[in-house]
Design a protein around this ligand. Structure first.
Ligand code: NAD
Ligand SMILES: O=C(O)C(=O)C[C@@H](O)[C@H](O)[C@H](O)COP(=O)(O)O
Ligand code: ZN
Length: 375
C-alpha cells in the first residue's frame, strides 16, 4: 500500500493545448506569484476574485506579491481584487453580473487573467466569469478548501445555480494552472473541511480500490488534518480526476460521468433543502449512500459495499442519512439532472469498490425506495 510522503506533488492534466499543471505544496503561498509568472510569461493584469473569508490574509498576500512583479518589458503588473460574499448562494446570476461589471470597470481585456481564490463556489463562479468575459480569458485556480483542492479546481466545470437546478448554467473552461498550498486549510472550519472528505471517499469508490483501503486505514489521520496524509489524499484525488478528465473532457463518452457518483441525489438534496443548508460534500456522502442502496436493489452490487462505504463515511465524520429526505420534492429536481437523456433518468451506480457504471431506464419506485432507505 502506498505511503504518504512530504514531497511536493506536481500533476499534469493532459488536454492538448489546454493542458496544465496542478502544484501541491505546503507553506508555498509566498512562491505563488513566481509560479504564476513562470506559467504565464505575459501576465500584465491580474483580476483576483476571492471569497470574502480568505481575502485577508491569503488573497491579499498573493495579490500584493504579484503587484511587486514586473512584466517582461519591465512595466508594473496591474492587480485588481474583489471579495465575493461567502456561500453557495453566491453561485448566482446576480454575483456573476457584479463580476462582469467589475471586470469592465477594471479595464480588463482579453490579456487579463482571473485568479480565483476560495472554495468551489468561487472557482465555479469566477471560472464562469472568465469563460464568458470577452468570450473567454485565462484563469488560475487557487483552491482554499479541501473540496476545491481535491475536486472543483480541476477539470474546467464552471457555472452557477438556478433556483431548483444545481450548476445548470455554465461552461467547460479549463484553468491555466492550479496552485494548492495545504497551509491555507488552517483557517478552514471543520464542517467545510469534513465536507471535502465526501469527494475524497468518492474517488476510492469510483476508481481506486487501493486508495479506498488507504482511506479506511487513515481516516483518523485525515480527520486530525495530518499534513502528510492530507497532501497524499489531495494528490491521489487530483491524479484520479486528471486521468478521467484527460479521457473525457466534456463528459461525452460517459467516462467523466463517474465523477458524478452520488450527485443526482446530492444536487436534489442541496436544491430542496435550500442552497447552503446541506454542504455539497455532505450531500454527496448521503447521495452515495442512496446510490449504493439503489445498486443493491438492482442487484448490481452486494451489501458489503454499502457496509464499507457507510463505515468509511462515518469514520470521516460525514452524514450517511438525511432525515428530511422527501422523494416527492427530490424527484422533480432529479429529472433536471444533466445526465438525463430524453427524459430518462441515469445514475452512476457502484458494482464493487473501485468500479461504477452509468445506468439508465431506472424506475421511479426504485429511486424512491433508495431515498427512503436513507431517511
Ligand atoms: N467544478 C467542479 O468540478 C466542482 C466539483 C465539486 C464541487 N463543486 C462545487 O463546489 C462548491 C462547494 O465548494 P466548497 O465546499 O469549497 O464550498 P465553498 O466554496 O462555499 O467554501 C466553504 C466555506 O469555507 C469558507 N472558506 C473557504 N476557504 C477558507 C479558508 N481557507 N479559511 C476559512 N474559510 C474558508 C468559505 O467562505 C465558505 O464559507 C459547490 O457549489 C459545488 O457544486 C464544483
Ligand atoms: O468534474 C466533474 O465532472 C464532476 O462531476 C465533479 C463533481 O464533484 C462536481 O460536483 C460537479 O460540479 C458536478 O457536475 P454536474 O455536471 O453534475 O453539475
Ligand atoms: Zn461534487
Amino acid at each position: 500500500m502506498p505511503s504518504p510522503s512530504s514531497e511536493v506533488h506536481s500533476i499534469d492534466v493532459s488536454l492538448g493545448d489546454r493542458s496544465y499543471k496542478i502544484e501541491i505544496g505546503t507553506e508555498s503561498i509566498d512562491t505563488f506569484s513566481d509560479s504564476i509568472l513562470a506559467s504565464l510569461g505575459d501576465l500584465t493584469h491580474a483580476l483576483v476574485i476571492a471569497d470574502a473569508a480568505v481575502e485577508n490574509p491569503w488573497a491579499m498576500t498573493i495579490a500584493s506579491s504579484i503587484a511587486k512583479q514586473k512584466t517582461p518589458s519591465g512595466d508594473d503588473i496591474r492587480v485588481n481584487l474583489i471579495a465575493v460574499p461567502s456561500g453557495e448562494t453566491s453561485k448566482s446570476i446576480g454575483q456573476l453580473d457584479t463580476l462582469w461589471q467589475w471586470m469592465l470597470e477594471s479595464s480588463a481585456d482579453r490579456r487579463s487573467v482571473v485568479i480565483a481564490i476560495g472554495g468551489g463556489v468561487i472557482g465555479d463562479l469566477a471560472g464562469f466569469a472568465a469563460a464568458t468575459f470577452t468570450r473567454g480569458i485565462r484563469f488560475i485556480q487557487v483552491p482554499t478548501t479541501l473540496l476545491a483542492m481535491v475536486d472543483s479546481s480541476v477539470g474546467g466545470k464552471t457555472g452557477i445555480n438556478l433556483p431548483t437546478a444545481k450548476n445548470m448554467v455554465g461552461a467547460f473552461w479549463q484553468p491555466s494552472l492550479v496552485l494548492i498550498d495545504t497551509s491555507v486549510l488552517s483557517t478552514l472550519p471543520d464542517r467545510s473541511y469534513i465536507s471535502g472528505l465526501g469527494e475524497v471517499v468518492k474517488y476510492g469508490v469510483i476508481d481506486d480500490a487501493p486508495f479506498f483501503e488507504w482511506l479506511e486505514a487513515n481516516a483518523g489521520k485525515l480527520l486530525d488534518r495530518d499534513d502528510n496524509a492530507v497532501r497524499y489524499a489531495i494528490a491521489e484525488s487530483c491524479r484520479s480526476k486528471a486521468n478521467v478528465v484527460g479521457e473525457d473532457e466534456r463528459e461525452t463518452s460517459g467516462r467523466r460521468a463517474i465523477l458524478n457518483y452520488g450527485h443526482t441525489f446530492a444536487h436534489a438534496i442541496e436544491a430542496t433543502a435550500g442552497y447552503g443548508q446541506v454542504l455539497h460534500g455532505e450531500a454527496v456522502a448521503i447521495g452515495m449512500q442512496m446510490a449504493a442502496h439503489l445498486a443493491i436493489e438492482l442487484e448490481l452490487c452486494d451489501a458489503e459495499l454499502l457496509k464499507r462505504q457507510t463505515a468509511l463515511l462515518k469514520a470521516c465524520g460525514l452524514p450517511t442519512t438525511y432525515a428530511a429526505a422527501d422523494p416527492d420534492a427530490m424527484l422533480p429536481v432529479m429529472k433536471r439532472d444533466k445526465k438525463v437523456s430524453h427524459g430518462n433518468l441515469r445514475f452512476v451506480l457502484p458494482e464493487r469498490i473501485g468500479s461504477v457504471t452509468l445506468l439508465g431506464d431506472i424506475k421511479e419506485p426504485n429511486v424512491t425506495k433508495a431515498i427512503l432507505a436513507c431517511c
